[in-house]
Design a protein around this ligand. Structure first.
Ligand code: PBG
Length: 320
């Protein structure tokens, strides 16, 4: 075997010639937060260039993003009122409809399907009286939510709650209503992670009691991490995902091999804010570090990347 690594590093041309990891801008998905309560926009602490916005402001942001060819979005909606069930989805419906009326097929709009920004306790599920997860009721609310999104014109739905059966319940209700072509991008391997902090602040979705360990995965357990993605694959997901992305790189290949499906990675808020804060202290170059993090996820086999920096891709000059 040839042990010489240096010979192919002489200059940028030959280095580029030897690159074996590449990707397209449409493989980056930009999260976007719209709140019923926010008048204009509030920057999200730690997430450089990301805001919780009013609907109008979000449209202006998308117009701006489109100039940089950022077209693929994951939408998080934050309603004004929290309750215990029978959720009112008027705000969700009108926001999605308005976005799709404005941008039509210039954007691909995924929406996160979860109850945590709707419930008064901030959990992703409903509970019954003895504080057990009320799975039937939760699945009903989740599938109603997905249907409302699709009726409003969403392009794809993305369940993040981690309940058994949610992907199947959502697929069923969509198919029954003749929405056979709306894809489901499941948060299939999602850990109970410490790295969701900045997001929960933005989406007002921090649990008021306890934590999410009753339904999100234990990061000490690889078996369950794989089984959870198999669960979503078997239930009819179209795309799978690991989350937090950078802390789950070891799982991507195994999931792909076991399912023959595409597996994306969500570079979550805590991972992204680490770069932001280090750069603010001049400890690293933000854009270069961001670029590296994306290539590493692609190298590990991620098909797509959900990242708070997607709108910066052009600035990073990744795509000529
Ligand atoms: C909702 C949801 C969360 C994230 C995406 N969807 C928070 C959570 O599960 O607590 C986290 C995203 C991020 O941190 O960037 N369930």
């Amino acid at each position: 075997m040839n042990n010489n690594i240096l010979r192919l590093k002489k200059n940028e041309i030959i280095r580029n010639m030897c690159v074996d990891t590449n990707f397209l801008q449409d493989q980056l998905i930009q999260p976007i937060f719209i709140s019923q309560k926010v008048k204009d926009s509030n920057e999200i602490p730690g997430l450089q260039d990301n805001y919780v916005m009013s609907l109008d402001r979000a449209k202006k942001q998308i117009e701006k993003d489109l100039k940089s060819k950022c077209k693929n979005y994951l939408l998080f909606l934050v309603p004004e009122k929290k309750s215990q069930g029978n959720f009112n989805l008027d705000f969700h419906f009108s926001a999605i409809k308005s976005l799709k009326d404005s941008f039509s097929n210039d954007i691909f709009l995924w929406a996160d399907v979860c109850l945590c920004s709707l419930t008064d306790h901030g959990h992703c599920c409903l509970y019954n009286n003895n504080n057990e997860i009320n799975l039937d009721q939760t699945l009903l609310e989740l599938s109603n939510m997905a249907l409302a999104y699709v009726n409003a014109g969403i392009d794809g739905v993305s369940p993040s709650d981690m309940m058994d059966g949610r992907t199947k319940a959502i697929r069923n209700i969509l198919d029954k209503n003749n929405h056979n072509f709306v894809p489901i991008m499941s948060y299939s391997t999602k850990f109970a992670s410490n790295f969701y902090g900045p997001f929960r602040h933005a989406a007002e979705s921090a649990p008021k009691f306890g934590n999410r360990k009753q339904y999100q995965l234990d990061y000490r357990n690889k078996n369950d991490a794989l089984r959870a993605s198999l669960r979503c694959a078997n239930e009819g997901a179209d795309l799978l995902m690991v989350k937090p992305g950078l802390y789950s790189l070891d799982l991507i290949d195994d999931i792909k091999k076991q399912t023959n499906m595409m597996v994306g990675a969500y570079q979550v808020s805590g991972e992204y804010s680490g770069l932001t804060l280090a750069a603010e202290k001049d400890l690293l170059n933000f854009n270069e570090a961001l670029k590296e993090s994306w290539y590493v996820m692609k190298r590990a086999g991620a098909q797509f990347i959900i990242t708070y920096g997607a709108r910066k891709a052009k600035e990073l000059e990744l795509f000529a």
